[in-house]
Structures are given as structure tokens and as C-alpha cells.
Design a protein around this ligand. Structure first.
Ligand code: HEM
Ligand code: HEM
Length: 144
């Protein structure tokens, strides 16, 4: 039981680490796009790490909900769930806008900026999830 209830927390932490790396790569693009600096942007690497991050975060929402429905008796996780619902909406926008930027390349400033801010907000919300998630893990999985 502890093992299966640890899949979601471990998977989401790995997804967040991918998101941190994607953000670091994306911010290199910010320097050249908005601040006139010459930097190298690893576009493919950003797309791959960003996709892994966002798709596994969204998959993790489903996984977490299934685990709770199957193995936990109505735990009190309202903040964790509310933030997850915001991440769900922003995550879909992040993936769709990312693919538009990647597959239809042209000179743009607004869409990349909105995409970047949207995804950096996801990263911040994901850090909130780490705090409420660890609290839930200690309470409902480890029974501490
Ligand atoms: C956690 C995930 C992600 C983060 C934190 C992130 C962050 C960023 C940031 C900060 C920028 C620079 C935007 C600017 O300064 O105006 C950017 C650009 C870009 N992102 Fe993402 N991104 C993520 C996921 C994705 C995904 C999933 C894709 C594609 C499927 C993608 C494709 C792109 C592309 C193509 C650009 C360059 C846009 C251009 O050169 O005009 N990103 N991203
Ligand atoms: C992007 C980050 C995350 C999202 C979107 C997310 C989302 C969710 C959702 C939707 C649930 C189901 C709650 C319910 O139906 O009542 C859940 C359960 C849970 N979450 Fe998260 N979560 C994230 C990260 C984390 C992290 C980092 C941890 C711990 C380190 C964590 C720990 C838990 C635990 C312990 C549960 C109970 C089910 C289980 O153990 O599988 N979560 N999460």
C-alpha cells in the first residue's frame, strides 16, 4: 500500500524536476527574445523536457485521484486538489501554446511571453503541491 501510494508523489517530483530544467532552458530564450542578449536556445531539448514535465503532471493528477478513490477514505486534501485543478487548466494551455510555437515558427513576442509566464506560474503552483503533498503523505500514507 505504501509503495503504490508513493508512485504519485515520486512521479510528480520527477515531473517538477523536468519542469525546472525546461524553465531554465526557456529563460535562455527570454534573454534573446526580450532583452536583446545573444544566447543559445536549445529548442528541441526545451520542447522534450517541457512536454515530459507537463504531460506527466497532468497524468499524475489522474493517478493521484485514482489512488485516493481506491485506497484512501475521503482524506482532507482540498487545497492540494484546488491547486491541481488550476494546474490542469494552465497545463493544457502550456502544452497547446508550446506546440503552436514549435510547429508554426514565426516572429512572435506576445505568445511566447504568455506561454512562458503561464508555465512559470505552473512551476510555482507545483512547489505549493510539494508542501501540501508532503503533509498529506505523512498524514495519510505514513500515518505519522
Ligand atoms: C514546464 C514547462 C515549460 C516551461 C516552464 C516553459 C517556459 C518557457 C519560457 C520561459 C519561454 C521563453 C518565452 C519568452 O521569453 O517569451 C519558452 C519558450 C518556448 N517554449 Fe516553453 N515552456 C514549457 C513547456 C513547453 C512545451 C511543452 C513546449 C512545446 C511542446 C514549449 C515550446 C516552447 C517554444 C517553441 C518556445 C520558443 C518560442 C519562440 O522562440 O518564439 N514549451 N518556454
Ligand atoms: C504538479 C504537482 C501535483 C499535482 C497536480 C497533484 C495532484 C493531486 C491530486 C489531484 C490528487 C488526488 C486528491 C483527491 O482526489 O483528493 C493527489 C493526491 C496525492 N498527492 Fe498530489 N499532486 C502533485 C504533487 C504531489 C507531490 C509533490 C506530493 C508529495 C511529495 C503529492 C502527494 C500526494 C499524496 C500523498 C496524495 C494521496 C494519493 C497518493 O498517495 O497517491 N502530490 N495529488
Amino acid at each position: 500500500m505504501t509503495l503504490i501510494l508513493s508512485l504519485h508523489p515520486v512521479g510528480q517530483i520527477i515531473a517538477i524536476l523536468f519542469a525546472c530544467y525546461a524553465a531554465y532552458l526557456g529563460l535562455q530564450r527570454t534573454k534573446s527574445l526580450h532583452f536583446g542578449k545573444t544566447t543559445r536556445f536549445y529548442r528541441e531539448r526545451h520542447v522534450i523536457t517541457g512536454s515530459i514535465a507537463l504531460i506527466s503532471m497532468l497524468g499524475g493528477i489522474a493517478a493521484g485521484s485514482i489512488m485516493v478513490n481506491r485506497y484512501l477514505l475521503s482524506p482532507d486534501m482540498s487545497l492540494h486538489v484546488a491547486v491541481a485543478m488550476i494546474i490542469l487548466v494552465l497545463g493544457l494551455f502550456g502544452i497547446i501554446s508550446g506546440f503552436v510555437l514549435y510547429l508554426i515558427p514565426k516572429q512572435r513576442r506576445l505568445l511566447p511571453a504568455v506561454h512562458g509566464i503561464n508555465n512559470l506560474v505552473i512551476l510555482l503552483l507545483a512547489l505549493v503541491q510539494v508542501v501540501t503533498g508532503i503533509m498529506a503523505y505523512m498524514r495519510y500514507v505514513l500515518h505519522l
